[in-house]
Each structure stands twice: as structure tokens, then as C-alpha cells.
Design a protein around this ligand. Structure first.
Ligand code: SF4
Length: 465
């Protein structure tokens, strides 16, 4: 599973160029997208953009940043959501219209984008990419011809269904928008005279700034000398993605008032409270299982010891065509510390199981190194349904828990036991009420209407102001 995107928006009230700030902020969000990166700034007369395929460090250098003049701008890192991974689909996405230029950076996925796009095409709009972000840009441009930014955003929010945390330049105006369900995180902070909006608070930390607060679900921010806030839509229930806490976000980020590290620690403690399985060492699947493994170790008193070491320099690996070489690919990423695991009962902690193939290979590697028992503790309930809100997740058929019982999964993976965190345990660890969380991939009940899926809360219940 992969998070799809990270967004940034920065404005210096002291007239400083902000491209370097955006560059550093994107670096801190690199875990949210590694296929392409881009920055758009307003240089005083027009919007300038540089974007390309690759990591932030590959796309930008000092010379390129110097060309991106301007005291306000947006940035984006991306995996592909809607549309293939091509330069045309990289962001920020810009369109020109009668009122000027719009540049958009988007994290999320618009569920009804095909329908919206068809209607716009019938109206004569021409699309240059396959991305749902272009649909957002066209809808906004259309409304801006008749309305101011606040009213145009209100119309935009009435039309869009799905997940969208956005930073946008409308000519020289920087705005930030979070969808009414609040699927994806978005927060605002300040570094001296500079306003920073970003997917995660680590982007504010890296600039030496201070997190002020989360952008509220349904809120529009217009960022100038001061930040103006407009609560465009109010909803009785929101749907913050629970997997940000389990896996996607960095543990040092604060999302919706919760330090992700604390949540993961609590997940590990709770796994011990729920199962009480004893062993000789608690070993994480690095890196995502580390904090929960520490939690399990603290709660149980079983020593935390690394049994697997991750090669941090393996980036995106080419998918090997043969099974034997694919297994070598896993060994390239992870290696066993034989001395730590030989003859031991291992409590192996991972954040989740998706297809089960990686877990099976890891358990086999530990057994090959002489582990006596391997008990897999999973920091989430079984993933039984796909995500439509901006997470790159396999289809239902490929999700192991969608068609196998826990006992069946144990057999496939080859562990002595497989132990999933309960849904109640997860909600308690996150510390946010269930009615404010999206749990759709764990429950198969979707918070907004998705064709062919069961919907538990409908968008039409939202109140537009
Ligand atoms: S379906 Fe799962 S991954 Fe997708 S937004 Fe909801 S909780 Fe997050």
C-alpha cells in the first residue's frame, strides 16, 4: 500500500522567495510520493512551474530553484492515483482561463471525477491529462468566472465527492482547501513571517516553524498577510483516514491533534493486552512496525531487538519477472540478524497485511535463520476492502483477508500465530471517535457514495453555508 501524494503551500509576508522552503518541505514529505515532484510559484506577474518524474532531489537543484522566483507558491510529491505515472499527470497542475492561471496540488482521489469530467467535456472543456486534479482545476476556473474565491469554492465543494486536501495558486492568491470528510490530513503553521500549509506537520518542523492547527474538514483558507478562514461545509461526521495513523504518516507528525508516534506505541501495547503472547524477543518489520513493536515490548517486558535490518538505499525496485529473483528482491530490502533470532520465539510486529506475500517471505527468512516460533502481531484489523480515496491498494481479489480467515492467513504465511488488532483496539489507540474516522478498508462500509459499495454516511447530509 502506498500513500498517493503530499502537498505544500507557502507564503512569505516579508517578500522572500519561497521555492527553497517548498523544496525542504517536500523533502520531508517524500514518503508520501516518490514518482514525481513539482513546485509552482507566483513571481509577481505570472505563475512559474517546474515539475518532473523522480524524487525531490532528482527533480530540483539550486539553479532550478533560483528560476522559481516569488514569495508564494505550492509544491507536490506524487504517486499515481487517477491516471498513469507520466510527466503530464505530475503536479502542480496548471490551467489557463479567462481569469488568469490556476495551479493545483492535490492529495486524495475524487470518486465522481469521471462523471464530472464528462459533463465538463460536453460543455467544451478540453483536458490535457487523465488526472482528477484537472477536473478540480476546470470546475474551479468555471466558477471563478462568475464568483469570488469563497463562493467558487462553495460551488466546487458541492460538486466534488471524495478526498481532497488542496493547495492552490489562483494567480497571486494562495488558498488551501480540505474536503468536508477530512480524509487526508492538512495543517497550517508559521515560521517567523512565513505561512506554511502542508500534508503533515513535519514539513513545518523541518523549516523550524510552529504548527498552529489542522485545517478543518470543509474549511477554505485564503493565505495573505493574515490567514482568512471560511468554514464552507460543516458535517456531523468526518472520515479521517485511519491508515495515516497506522502506516502512511511519519511517526513524528501530529495529525488532527494526535502525535502519530503515540498512536503506534499504543497499538503495540494494545496488541499485548488483547493477546498476551509471550516470546523471547519483540522484533519489528522495519520501518513501519518499529514504534508498535516498542509498545509491545514496553507492555510485555519482552526485550525489543532487531531481527531484520532494512537496506535504506533500495529505492523503487524493478519488479523481477521470475519468482526466484523476486525473493532476492525482498532479501535486498531486508536481511536477518541470524544471531538475534536463532532458537528464539519471535514476536514479529508489522503495521498491516495486504496481499500476505511479503509477510510470508519474512516469516520464511526468520525460520531459515533458525527462529523457533514466529508470532505475527498486526497493528490493524484485517484489510478486507479497497480504498477509493487516494491510497494505492490492491483490488479486493488480491487482499488476502478479503477471502481468507485468520486461520487461513496463518497457513499461507506460515507463522505459528497471526494476531490482528481489534477494531475497538484501533479506535481506542487512535483516540478519535469512530464517527470521525474512515475505516472503510477494514469494514467495507464507505463514508461517501462509491458505486457498487455500501455507503454508511452520505455526502448529501453535509450542510453547505
Ligand atoms: S479506505 Fe482505508 S486507506 Fe482509504 S481512506 Fe479509508 S481508512 Fe484510509
Amino acid at each position: 500500500m502506498r500513500e498517493e501524494c503530499g502537498v505544500v503551500g507557502i507564503l512569505s509576508t516579508e517578500g522572500e522567495d519561497v521555492s527553497s522552503h517548498i523544496y525542504y518541505a517536500l523533502f520531508s514529505l517524500q514518503h508520501r510520493g516518490q514518482e514525481s515532484a513539482g513546485i509552482a510559484t507566483f513571481d509577481g506577474s505570472r505563475i512559474r512551474v517546474h515539475k518532473d518524474m523522480g524524487l525531490v532531489s532528482e527533480v530540483f537543484n539550486g539553479d532550478k530553484l533560483k528560476l522559481l522566483r516569488g514569495d508564494r507558491g505550492i509544491g507536490h510529491v506524487r504517486y499515481s492515483t487517477t491516471g498513469p505515472s507520466t510527466p503530464e499527470n505530475s503536479q502542480p497542475l496548471t490551467i489557463s482561463f479567462r481569469g488568469g492561471t490556476i495551479a493545483v496540488a492535490h492529495n486524495g482521489n475524487i470518486v465522481n471525477s469521471t462523471k464530472l469530467r464528462r459533463a465538463l467535456e460536453e460543455d467544451g472543456h478540453i483536458f490535457l491529462s487523465e488526472s482528477d486534479t484537472e477536473v478540480i482545476a476546470h470546475l474551479l476556473a468555471k466558477e471563478l468566472l462568475r464568483k469570488d474565491i469563497v463562493d467558487a469554492t462553495r460551488e466546487l465543494m458541492k460538486r466534488l465527492i471524495g478526498a481532497y486536501s488542496l493547495t492552490i495558486l489562483i494567480n497571486d492568491t494562495l488558498v488551501a482547501i480540505r474536503d468536508p470528510n477530512g480524509f487526508k490530513p492538512l495543517c497550517i503553521g508559521k515560521v517567523n513571517g512565513t505561512h506554511v500549509v502542508a500534508s503533515e506537520s513535519v514539513a513545518i518542523d523541518v523549516l523550524g516553524g510552529k504548527l498552529i492547527r489542522d485545517v478543518k474538514p470543509g474549511e477554505l483558507l485564503i493565505i495573505e498577510e493574515e490567514v482568512e478562514s471560511y468554514q464552507i461545509v460543516r458535517s456531523p461526521s468526518t472520515s479521517q483516514c485511519v491508515f495515516e495513523f497506522i502506516y502512511f504518516a511519519r511517526p513524528d507528525s501530529i495529525i488532527d491533534g494526535k502525535l502519530v508516534y503515540d498512536v503506534r506505541l499504543r497499538i503495540g501495547e494494545r496488541l499485548y493486552e488483547e493477546y498476551g503472547i509471550e516470546g523471547d524477543l519483540v522484533c519489528p518489520v522495519p520501518d513501519s512496525g518499529v514504534t508498535s513493536a516498542i509498545g509491545y515490548s514496553l507492555a510485555s517486558g519482552i526485550p525489543f531487538l532487531e531481527g531484520l535490518i532494512k537496506n535504506r538505499y533500495v529505492g523503487r525496485t524493478f519488479i523481477m519477472p521470475h519468482q526466484r529473483l523476486r525473493d532476492a528482491g525482498v532479501r535486498l530490502k531486508l536481511n536477518v540478524v541470524r544471531r538475534n533470532v536463532e532458537g528464539k520465539r519471535i514476536i514479529l510486529v508489522d503495521d498491516s497485511i495486504v496481499r500476505g506475500t511479503t509477510s510470508r517471505r519474512i516469516v520464511q527468512m526468520l525460520r531459515d535463520a533458525g527462529a523457533k516460533e514466529v508470532h505475527l502481531m498486526v497493528g490493524s484489523p484485517p484489510i478486507i476492502a479497497p480504498c477509493y480515496f487516494g491510497i494505492d491498494m490492491p483490488t479486493r481479489e488480491e487482499l488476502i483477508a478479503a477471502h481468507k480467515s485468520v486461520e487461513g492467513i496463518k497457513t499461507v504465511i506460515g507463522a505459528d500465530s497471526v494476531n490482528y488488532l481489534s477494531l475497538e483496539g484501533l479506535i481506542e489507540a487512535v483516540g478519535i471517535p469512530e464517527r470521525r474516522l474512515c475505516l472503510a478498508c477494514l469494514t467495507s462500509r464507505y463514508p461517501v457514495e462509491v458505486p457498487g459499495e455500501i455507503c454508511v454516511r452520505r455526502q448529501v447530509r453535509l450542510t453547505h453555508f
